[in-house]
Design a protein. Structure first.
Length: 164
């Protein structure tokens, strides 16, 4: 794989994750009213929830200043993630590259919400009877899968580098 092709694949995967996130959020916003639920499975609903805070609603009731704070923090984190993406790419560490791409794209997906809506759109609601896991979205899922892959890579294949 040439360098230009691998750059194109990285860009394509980032765009696909962001588009899946933003299109799914748009569909939910067009289909549901805030705090309404659409039954999917006995353990899964689609809901429309706006989260002005961070993960699990952290700082959701902070009065509005947190949105600018989270935008700045996310931009700083994206710079660091981009550095690690380039490093993983240069070392041909493909699992780490995919992990970083998922984290990067997920962060951008939620950043888009913060910039244009002032809060993050969440809609996936897993529950068991009356116990609900906090609602989340495709971007959050990409971040979690990326973190899982990164941990897997660190724990189980730290010294494996695919040579060209």
């Amino acid at each position: 794989m040439t360098k230009n092709h691998s750059n194109l694949y990285i860009f394509f995967l980032i765009i696909i994750v962001i588009l899946l996130d933003q299109i799914s959020k748009w569909i939910v916003i067009q289909s549901l009213s805030e705090n309404s639920a659409l039954y999917v499975l006995p353990i899964l609903n689609i809901v429309l929830v706006y989260n002005p805070g961070a993960a699990f609603g952290f700082l959701a009731d902070a009065g509005g200043w947190q949105n600018g704070f989270f935008i700045v923090v996310t931009l700083l984190i994206l710079v660091a993630i981009f550095y690690f993406l380039i490093k993983a790419k240069n070392e041909n560490r493909y699992i780490e590259m995919i992990a970083i791409i998922l984290i990067f794209a997920g962060a951008i997906g939620n950043l888009i919400d913060r910039i244009f809506k002032g809060r993050v759109v969440d809609f996936i609601d897993f529950h068991w009877h009356q116990y609900h896991y906090p609602a989340f979205n495709v971007a959050d899922s990409a971040i979690c899968i990326g973190v899982f892959l990164m941990i897997f890579s660190i724990l189980f294949i730290p010294n494996i580098s695919k040579s060209e």
